[in-house]
Design a protein around this ligand. Structure first.
Ligand code: GDP
Ligand code: MG
Length: 370
């Protein structure tokens, strides 16, 4: 059932909450501003007060926002999207930095110093790989909890001198639960007296049998610090990606997921998006979570303005009217009115949820009682 808080209802009738509470009191209802009313009760009150009611349901707003895939469309191969996970200090950040440097043009302005939530690297075969450079676990789990399965492959970094540790196991479990194939990167092999075989044996306990032990999971020995065998890792990713046969329809209505977003002093709302299907273009009207806007600029991971971004491409966009959340979906729509309708509906839902949470009874609890 649809629920609305007294506060929200008052706001939509352009009246003060206290006045609405007084009206309700006249009808024998003692409520506070953050109390929730069901849709039928709300409708009666609204009509009593001489307003007309137009009920909008979730499906009225959300259905068809992202069009069904066209089964006859030509699908082109797309780069894999990779997340790096592993125990703290095993070298996730070092590995991401080392991989990124394989791709930075010498002396390029901007480039490597600025943090970016996702970037692409060229594998030795010339094909691209997209890396999500977000605090691995948090991003992966929160995105997944919100139904955004953007990761195609998980790299699990295990430091050869430390072996399998609690967050290694956690990462393995996340990858398995998500049904995402993993590649084991045994890191820090530059250190004296380390034994990668010990790591491989330990992994067996967690039902991860690596290729060099006769299993199916690819394992690569690397040193992020000394930049050893990074090409080997990129090749392993490419091999895995080929097995997955990742494709997308670059010509369809675009959609994808927010990787990160923030408010920038000079540029306003800046969001890093990962395009999943279609091609996002400058000037497109987008709904992103509870925000919307016209894409004013697209900036790639090298800091260059581009006109469009196709499948698996991470891209920064400017032009949103607010800051969305990581894991939010974006969709391109035809008209501003549609974008505004969806964004406002979602913003209202969010407010209602927040209000219900602070009023002591959660929306879920209320629903369970109804
Ligand atoms: P994270 O917590 O997984 O992101 O790990 P970091 O990338 O921050 O690395 C933790 C520490 O391990 C840092 O002091 C790195 O310099 C060091 N480290 C990372 N990779 C290597 C490596 O391949 N070899 C050696 N010897 N040290 C490394
Ligand atoms: Mg780190």
């Amino acid at each position: 059932p649809d629920l609305i808080t007294v506060q929200e209802l008052a706001q939509r009738m352009a009246m003060r909450s206290t006045d609405l509470i007084r009206e309700l009191m006249k009808q024998g209802q003692m409520v506070q501003a953050n109390a929730t009313l069901d849709a039928d009760t709300a409708q009666l009150i609204v009509e009593d007060l001489g307003h007309s009611v137009k009920r909008v349901s979730e499906s009225d707003v959300e259905d068809g926002l992202i069009a069904e895939a066209n089964p006859d469309a030509e699908r082109v191969s797309r780069p894999p999207v990779v997340t790096i996970m592993g125990h703290v200090d095993h070298g996730k950040t070092s590995l991401l930095d080392a991989l990124r440097q394989t791709n930075v043009v010498e002396g390029e302005a901007g480039g490597i110093t600025q943090h970016i939530g996702a970037y692409q690297v060229k594998a030795p075969d010339g094909k691209l790989i997209s890396f999500l450079d977000t605090p691995g676990h948090a991003a992966f789990t929160s995105m997944r909890a919100r139904g955004a399965n953007v990761t195609d492959i998980v790299i699990i970094v295990v430091a050869a001198d430390d072996g399998v540790m609690p967050q290694t196991i956690e990462s393995i479990n996340h990858a398995k639960a998500a049904g995402v194939p993993m590649i084991i990167a045994i890191n820090k092999i530059d250190k004296p007296n380390v034994d990668p075989n010990r790591v491989k044996t330990e992994l067996l306990q967690y039902e991860v049998q690596v290729e060099s032990m006769g299993g199916e999971v690819q394992d690569i020995e690397v040193s992020a610090l000394k930049r050893m065998n990074l090409d080997g890792l990129l090749e392993a990713i490419q091999l895995q990606a080929e097995l997955l046969e990742l494709t997308a329809d670059a010509d369809r209505q675009p959609y994808g997921t927010v990787v990160e977003a923030q408010l920038d002093k000079g540029r306003g709302s800046v969001s890093t998006l990962l395009v999943q299907e279609g091609t996002l273009k400058r000037g497109d009207i987008v709904v992103v979570g509870a925000e919307w806007g016209k894409v004013r600029a697209l900036i790639d991971d090298q800091g260059h303005q581009v006109k469009e971004a196709g499948p698996s491409k991470p891209i920064e966009i400017l032009g949103l009217n607010g800051v969305p959340e990581p894991g939010d979906q974006f969709a391109v729509v035809e008209h501003e009115a549609r974008a505004r309708e969806v964004a406002e509906y979602r913003a209202r839902k969010k407010r209602e949820k927040a209000n219900a949470a602070t009023s002591g009874t959660s929306l879920e609890q209320m629903m369970a009682q109804l």
